[in-house]
Design a protein around this ligand. Structure first.
Ligand code: HEC
Ligand code: HEC
Length: 385
């Protein structure tokens, strides 16, 4: 099939699907319809937390409120800054209150509405659940418990009015449930597609990306094998399979120590240690990856496949922020799951999908050029420096 016919067919299917989805969702939700930008499906919205403009505005306010941190300086937006495509790029790992550092790189919140689990290790199952953790994480917002948050939203007149309007609740009836719902509703509006890649692949615009980027896409779906985890479908592309894989990042640092660390961690967990706190305060525990959540050695050093949307503006990369550039990332894969200059042997838990690729220098550059077409217009100006 020639590229032209291929693109045109996709465009027709894409337009049809989008029209069908939007109408269906509008009817089903009976609430604010969320736009589905080119390249993305309709945003899933849970039945018990429908969208409304007032709820979204309340979530936006909560997201930006630094009073929910122990020293009054850190809000969600500190680490998920809209000017940096909702990350804290170029930090390697995030900085919380009193400049305390955690162990992990802040992923973007853009399109997190589509993820079936949240966090690099998937330890949270919904945006609602996820939103309560940073406030009480000792290296993030640092509160001892959620009481200070509740005190503010129950007493600050602007919040009192908003919670009453959105949830019909005041005083002690306002709980973390409402706070979490409002935050999640706001996050479900942080959706972004419509990148040059989408315009080319789904929109049929042949000139939306360069010839080099088109070659890079061929590598992405072909010899680079990237698409097996960073999924692209007929009418949409989330660039993630929402699953966990050990791709050889971080694990090499703890490889020799894995049995002891695993045992120690399981003991601590059995004694009541919280996974959220443990993984963000100890880099070695962090590198255990999905194992820390499932206790399964099959998932040792496994992390959630990241979306690649807006990837060019969210450096550095990986759960530990250890790879500085997209070229470093591609070289890591090209080596079969070893970062450039890393002398350690390949780890025994490595995913079967990761193996040396033998890409040429030209193919490596093409692949990077392709990933650079995944930036949505709204974030094209995001700072990476
Ligand atoms: C100190 C920096 C910091 C603050 C403050 C912070 N986050 Fe994060 N956020 C991170 C880091 C780091 C991760 C990844 C942690 C992990 O995976 O273990 C993350 C992960 C997430 C994710 C999961 C994204 C994904 O791809 O799975 C969401 C959603 C999110 N944060 C929303 C929030 C919200 C809402 C708040 C405020 C209540 C918040 N964050 C406050 C740094 C921060
Ligand atoms: C076996 C599944 C798998 C394959 C194949 C794969 N990836 Fe990944 N990718 C992942 C996982 C899992 C992560 C997160 C790993 C971590 O943080 O430790 C990731 C992370 C990334 C990141 C960093 C994302 C971020 O936000 O920091 C980039 C860029 C990337 N992959 C590009 C590629 C490219 C290009 C290819 C093909 C050469 C590829 N991936 C092949 C699973 C895969």
């Amino acid at each position: 099939m020639t590229e032209r016919v291929f693109s045109r067919r996709l465009r027709i299917i894409g337009t049809f699907m989008r029209a069908a989805c939007s109408i269906g969702a509008l009817l089903a939700m009976g609430a604010l319809a969320l736009a589905d930008p080119l390249g993305l499906p309709q945003v899933p919205v849970p039945g018990d937390n429908l969208q409304s403009p007032e709820k979204i505005a309340l979530g936006d306010k909560l997201f930006h409120d630094a009073r929910f941190s122990i020293d009054g300086t850190v809000s969600c937006a500190t680490c998920h800054n809209d000017k940096k495509a909702f990350t804290d790029s170029p930090l390697r790992v995030s900085e919380g209150h009193h400049k305390l550092t955690g162990t992990r790189n802040a992923p973007t919140v853009i399109n997190s509405a589509y993820f079936t689990t949240l966090f690099w290790d998937g330890r949270s199952g919904s945006l609602e659940d996820q939103s309560q953790h940073p406030m009480v994480n000792p290296v993030e917002m640092g509160l001892p418990n959620h009481e200070p948050v509740l005190k503010i939203v129950r007493e600050d007149p602007a919040y009192v009015e908003a919670f009453k309007k959105v949830f019909g609740k005041t005083g002690r009836d306002v709980t973390m449930e409402e706070v979490k719902k409002a935050l999640a509703s706001f996050e479900r509006t942080i959706v972004s597609g419509d990148s040059p890649f989408d315009k080319w692949y789904f929109g049929g615009d042949r000139n939306a990306i360069s010839e080099q980027a088109k070659r890079g896409f061929d590598v992405f779906v072909g010899s680079g094998r990237c698409v097996s985890c960073h999924v692209v479908e007929q009418t949409q592309a989330l660039f993630t399979d929402n699953r966990f894989h050990n791709i050889g990042v971080g694990i090499n640092r703890i490889q020799a120590d894995v049995p002891r660390l695993a045992e120690q961690f399981l003991k601590a967990k059995a004694a009541g240690a919280e996974v959220d706190k443990a993984v963000l305060s100890d880099p070695k525990v962090s590198d255990l990856g999905r194992f820390a959540v499932t206790d399964s050695f099959d998932e040792m050093g496994g992390f959630k496949t990241s979306t690649l949307r807006n990837i060019a503006v969210t450096a550095p990369y990986m759960h530990d922020g250890s790879l500085k550039t997209l070229k470093d990332v591609v070289k890591h894969y090209n080596e079969g799951g070893k970062s450039p200059g890393d002398p350690s042997p390949i780890n025994p838990y490595l995913s079967g999908g990761i193996r040396p690729l033998n890409l040429t220098d030209q193919q490596i550059d093409d692949l990077v050029a392709f990933m650079e077409t995944l930036t949505s217009p709204a974030f094209a100006a995001a700072q990476t420096k």
